[in-house]
Write a protein that binds this ligand. Structure first.
Ligand code: PLP
Length: 385
């Protein structure tokens, strides 16, 4: 079992293909073999006993190493879901009496965990909308600042550098959920964020057939999170690790295409008379465009949202679509569309939803890697009155 020398690799596509690959020394195959064992003979050649719940099997290590390289981090942990990554990280770094500051717009599952569970463990929380507000809410017992950018569903952009600077000044650990951006478009560790989290279920897996999560950080923070991870046990099995490793080989290529398609579609929708509003950080009219240009050097991503002009027209529009599929997840090769008012934000009272800008006519589109011409004609025909 030998890993490739990762130092010589720089470019993203090369890192995607090669980093972390564990050579098959017995049969000379070019891919990482799938090690399904849950028991390893001792004494073995490795320094430590490996066991799936210890997050240290060859397949877990191979994919973790690839992700660490992609995010320019020292180490990574691979989880059985994005929520396992989020909850284990938060519980691993906080104790009763601690305080966490969360960005106000975060993934629904994370928000539910914070409101219904973290609080009951005696961990206090507060919410902030931007870097100006976060400063006013820091307390002596504040241990973490948590952001998510671009955010769901309106593609809000948080200034990563401003947040990490405040966190560093106050000796607070900063965490980002960077799922929408992927390591191809945005590398928050380079902007002094301490911990990057991904729901691997989305772009990293990329084919809507895998549930996983990843945390990337320094050796010391990963060691602290691993301590809790071994107790909660949200590790990923060898076969899924291999699927994730395989998916990551095409990540840079896929994301480039997602970016290009989303930009073209956002511009098309932006000039379409039936569309009231388009939310995409790649449009110059987007309030976060200038910051996004700086902190997302790889591209603006494959997610966008738009509002239909005519009230009550969503159902018919969705029914008319032939290629774009109504479904709630995102980040796969196929284009998926959903109506947040009926899905992710259905439990919010209408007044609250409207305050956030989530109207009944709002649609969130996860742009796939199909030919952009077919996506444009599909949207065009469905928009015909
Ligand atoms: C989906 C998602 C999660 C949760 O990931 P799971 O893999 O579903 O557990 C967390 N954050 C964001 C931004 C997501 O889109």
């Amino acid at each position: 079992m030998k890993s490739k020398n990762p130092e010589i690799m720089e470019e993203k596509n090369t890192v995607c293909v090669h980093a972390g690959t564990t050579f098959d020394s017995d049969f000379s195959g070019v891919n990482t073999p799938i090690y399904t064992s849950t028991a390893s003979r001792y004494p073995n050649s490795a320094e430590q006993v490996w066991y799936p719940r210890y997050f240290n099997t060859p397949n877990q290590m191979a994919v973790a190493q690839k992700m660490a390289r992609l995010e320019n981090g020292e180490a990574a942990l691979v989880f059985s879901s994005g929520m396992a990554a989020v909850s284990t990280t938060l519980l691993g770094l906080c104790r009763q009496g601690d305080h966490i500051l969360f960005q106000d717009v975060i993934y629904g599952g994370t928000l539910h965990f914070v409101k219904h569970h973290l609080l009951s463990f005696g961990i206090d929380v507060d919410f902030f909308s931007d870097e100006k507000e976060v400063v006013t809410k820091i307390r002596p017992e504040t241990k973490l600042i948590y952001i998510e950018t671009p955010s769901n569903p309106l593609l809000g952009i948080t200034n990563i550098l401003a947040i990490s600077r405040i966190a560093k000044e106050h000796g607070i650990i900063s965490i980002i959920d960077s799922t929408f951006a992927t390591p191809i478009n945005q590398n928050p560790l380079d902007l002094n964020i301490d911990i990057v989290i991904h729901s691997g279920t989305k772009y990293l897996g990329g084919h809507s057939d895998l549930c996983c999560g990843v945390v990337v950080s320094s050796h010391s923070l990963i060691a602290r999170i691993t301590e809790m991870a071994k107790c909660l046990g949200g590790s990923l099995d060898a076969n899924s690790c291999y699927l994730l490793e395989r998916s990551l080989k095409t990540l840079a290529m896929r994301v480039k295409r997602h970016n290009e398609n989303a930009q073209t579609i956002a511009e098309f929708l932006n000039r379409h008379p039936q569309i009231k509003k388009v939310y995409y950080p790649g449009l110059s009219g987007h309030p976060g465009h200038e910051i996004a240009k700086k902190q997302m050097p790889g591209g603006f991503g494959g997610m966008l949202a738009f509002e239909l002009g005519k009230p009550g027209s969503v159902d018919m529009f969705l029914k008319k679509l032939k290629i774009v599929t109504p479904a709630v997840s995102l980040g796969g090769v196929e284009s998926l569309i959903c109506q947040p008012a009926q899905t992710s934000h259905a439990s919010l009272p209408k007044v609250e939803r409207m305050k956030l800008g989530i109207t009944d006519e709002l649609l969130r589109l996860s742009v796939g890697i199909e030919d952009v011409e077919s996506l444009l004609s599909d949207l065009e025909q469905a928009l015909l009155p």
